[in-house]
Design a binder for this molecule. Structure first.
Ligand SMILES: [Mn+2]
Length: 239
């Protein structure tokens, strides 16, 4: 039976939405996608929701409000939507509690980190002066890789890539500053930005800073990564 994977939505005052490439990528990797809107939810409601899902993808989107890691907004912070932050953070906690697999994509990796006590650069280009940063907010289409990543050879990512170097797209101007002590970094860009991390105690919970769903039908590693996650949701692997 195909697993059902919940995809968190982007939202504004009028619409809840998610781009079609997320839907296509989940379907292409062998699962059934289901959109989860932002809604004010109790712990009990989220727990009930998760009983009906085999996994959750925390999707990409707007910036995370820095109040969630104890800062006020600085110059360079983009659009924020605190209700989405709160819902996704509560959902992450519920997933950990119920051991529901989670894949964080871009903002989703950052949500996992902030939920578990880590923090972010509100804008890497303003907050990391003197660092020769790469262009993490690429100008080419998302189906093309933009910068390389160095992969921890002792990680599931290495098992997918079978090499220490990967090539990923990049659509972010925020990034992990202090990594949560509950997480382990498993990939970095050449300028030292954390590009992937996994939960130390719950390895079914991980995030990547790039967008495999934009490359899934062009890049074999992106497809394998999504298929790996679908496998976790099917409980094919015992890790
Ligand atoms: Mn990047």
């Amino acid at each position: 039976m195909k697993p059902v994977i919940g995809l968190t939505c982007s939202t504004d005052r009028e619409l809840q939405h998610k781009e079609n490439y997320y839907i296509d990528a989940v379907k292409g990797a062998g699962a059934i996608p289901l959109l989860i809107p932002v809604f004010t939810s109790s712990e009990k409601d989220l727990s009930h929701l998760l009983e009906r899902l085999d996994g959750v993808i925390l999707s990409g989107g707007d910036d995370i409000h820095p109040i969630h890691y104890g800062e006020e907004p600085k110059q360079g912070l983009g659009q924020v939507y605190p209700e989405r932050d709160e819902m996704e953070m509560a959902l992450t906690i519920a997933c950990i509690r119920q051991e529901t697999p989670v894949m964080g994509i871009c903002r989703g990796l950052q949500i996992i980190n902030v939920t578990l006590g880590g923090d972010l650069y509100q804008d890497i280009y303003r907050q990391m002066p003197g660092r020769d940063l790469l262009l993490h907010n690429q100008n080419i289409d998302g189906e093309f890789g933009n910068h390389s990543i160095d992969i921890d050879s002792n990680s599931f990512l290495y098992d997918i890539y079978k090499q220490k170097i990967g090539w990923v797209n990049s659509f972010h101007h925020q990034a992990i500053r202090n990594l949560s002590s509950a997480l382990k970094a498993i990939a970095w860009s050449k300028d030292g930005i954390v590009e992937a991390a996994i939960h130390k105690d719950f390895p079914n919970i991980f995030g990547v800073q790039w967008h495999p769903e934009k490359m899934w039908d062009k890049d074999v590693f992106s497809k394998k990564l999504l298929e790996y996650f679908v496998g976790l949701c099917k409980k094919e692997f015992f890790i």
